[in-house]
Write a new protein. Structure first.
Ligand SMILES: NC(=O)c1ccc[n+]([C@@H]2O[C@H](COP(=O)([O-])OP(=O)(O)OC[C@H]3O[C@@H](n4cnc5c(N)ncnc54)[C@H](O)[C@@H]3O)[C@@H](O)[C@H]2O)c1
Length: 254
């Protein structure tokens, strides 16, 4: 019996087989979960990638910036599962002008896109799936440590700081329904989103040196396992928390 046996989990954010969400979906299935994926934009690509999972799951379309997609999400998920026990938020996007050292000149248009897709979407997704989480459950999001200013990360860093706060407010407001809301703050991993951040290679180099446990930018397994654990019944009294899966780097100064 896996730690997610009998759990019904909605997983957003799969675009390639290096997506963190792809590995969470794989680990979740290995641990006994029934998984439904959402895909954004390139649906035929997401469907092709979904077939590489141990059990190819259904894929439904979700643009978190679309009111219509959000309003119909619960109904469309219900075609595949009779409720949800967990939801993974693995979504982030910022226009190129919002990253890469252009912090002082980024327009509000670009900042607002980053914040809508990367921050507000956690609340939007929680509300869209709430009708399906009648027995309580777990919402888990992916964070990148927002307690420092990083090279090049810029407004995405601000969006992540907002995500951390959003998770705490959601934990406050959904706790009465026994819905836990937590984030996994991962070290740098080589994914499509990471490649779009100008200068991301600077993090990659420094991380392994800082992390007491070391850090492999090509290994999403530790992050995926932490997400699976938080989606399971093994963190029953944890909410509003940020679990760092970064080789211990966040704890080390200098
Ligand atoms: N890769 C890293 O180093 C790293 C580290 C810490 C946290 N994270 C976070 O992990 C999460 C997943 O990113 P990843 O690194 O696996 O990259 P990825 O490119 O594989 O995933 C990003 C996903 O966001 C989706 N997305 C973008 N705009 C969307 C929209 N409007 N509606 C719905 N989905 C949308 C994309 O389709 C894609 O699937 C992100 O929140 C990211 O910030 C990544």
């Amino acid at each position: 019996m896996g730690i997610l046996a009998g759990k019904r989990i909605l997983i957003t954010g799969v675009i390639t087989d290096s997506s963190i969400a792809f590995h969470v979906a794989r680990v979740a299935q290995e641990e006994g979960a029934t998984v439904v994926l959402t895909g954004f934009g390139r649906m035929s690509l997401v469907e092709r990638i979904a077939k590489r999972l141990p059990e190819p799951p259904p894929v439904i379309e979700l643009d978190v910036a679309s009111e219509e997609h959000l309003a119909t999400l619960a109904e469309r998920v219900s075609a595949h599962v009779d409720g949800l026990d967990g939801v993974l938020h693995a979504i982030a996007f910022a226009p190129q002008d919002a990253m890469g050292g252009n912090f002082l000149n980024t327009s509000w248009d670009d900042v607002s896109t980053a914040v809508q897709v990367s921050t507000y979407s956690l609340k939007a997704l929680a509300m869209a799936t709430r009708p399906l989480m009648t027995g309580g459950g777990a919402i888990v999001g992916l964070d990148f440590d927002a307690s420092h200013a990083w090279p090049g990360y810029d407004w995405m860093g601000v969006a992540k700081a907002g995500l951390e706060s959003t998770a705490r407010y959601l934990a406050r407001d959904l706790g009465a329904e026994k819905i836990r809301v937590n984030l996994v703050s991962a070290g740098p991993l080589r994914t499509m989103a990471a490649k779009s951040i100008p200068g991301f290679d600077k993090f990659e180099g420094m991380w392994g040196d800082r992390a007491p446990l070391g850090w492999d930018i090509t290994d999403p397994e530790p992050t995926a396992r932490a997400c699976a654990a938080l989606l399971s019944d093994w963190f029953p009294a944890t909410s509003g928390e940020i679990v760092h899966v970064d080789g211990g780097a966040h704890a080390i100064g200098g």
